[in-house]
Each structure stands twice: as structure tokens, then as C-alpha cells.
Design a protein around this ligand. Sequence first.
Ligand SMILES: [Mg+2]
Length: 152
Amino acid sequence: MTALDLDALKAEGVTVLLLDVDNTVSPHHSAEVIPGIRDWIASLGPLGFRACLVSNNWHDDIHERAAALGLPVVAKAGKPLPFGIRRAIRLLAVRKSECVMVGDQIFTDVLGGKLAGVRTVLVEPLTPSDMGHTMVLRRLEQRIMANRRPEA
Ligand SMILES: [Mg+2]
């Protein structure tokens, strides 16, 4: 995720990064905040970006992670349904055209972003470990992606 081309996003008019949490911002099943990612998130403000976590996670620790990063959060987002992403857009009072949904999964983050009408960027997952149902989707993703790679 830290490899995102922020200059290119800015040139496209993006001011808000909607960030998936599990395996995008922090490893799955972990409240750990990776220093490199915390620093990258802290660097967004001075560059003219705002960020909001948008997670399907429903556990309390999602709020702790958001607090640790100093970011607002929409939990239980229900991606790929577009409602959680729309909630984040309303929360930040921005236009859809200013937002990009960033995440590690095609069937939740990218599809959800498309359905909500925002730009999307697929990023490399932080760790290869996932929940069971995610592993099934990963195999489908591998078929769809073939030899292509995530953008960042
Ligand atoms: Mg994820």
C-alpha cells in the first residue's frame, strides 16, 4: 500500500483514501500497527490527503486500530455492498470523485468501490494468511488476475 502513486492520485483529483484494514493496513488477526504504515499514514495529511478506514471487521479492536492511526473508521462495512463505503464518503463530507478505495481483495474492496462509484486500487496483501472464506476468494482472484499484479 505504501507504494501507492500519490502524485498520480492527486493529479486525478483524489483527496481521500478509503483504506481497507485487514491485510492492507494491518496484518490479519492482529492489532499490530506496522511502523512503516503508521508513518505513511501520518505523511498523508501534509500531502493534502485525508484517510478513513473502511473495514468489514466487526470486532472491537478495529476501533483501537483506528485510534492508534488517528483515523476515522467505518466498521461492519459489508463490502462488496456499497453502503459502508458510501457511509465513509458521507462521514468525510466529500464527493465520490475525490475518493479512492484501496484494498487487497477484488471481491470486497475493488468490487465494493466500483459499486459505490469510486476509483479503486488493488494492493498486495500484507501477509499471505487469511480466513477460510477469503482463501476461496483468493483462488478466484488468482484466476481473474492471471499474470497481472496489484498496482501497489
Ligand atoms: Mg483486506
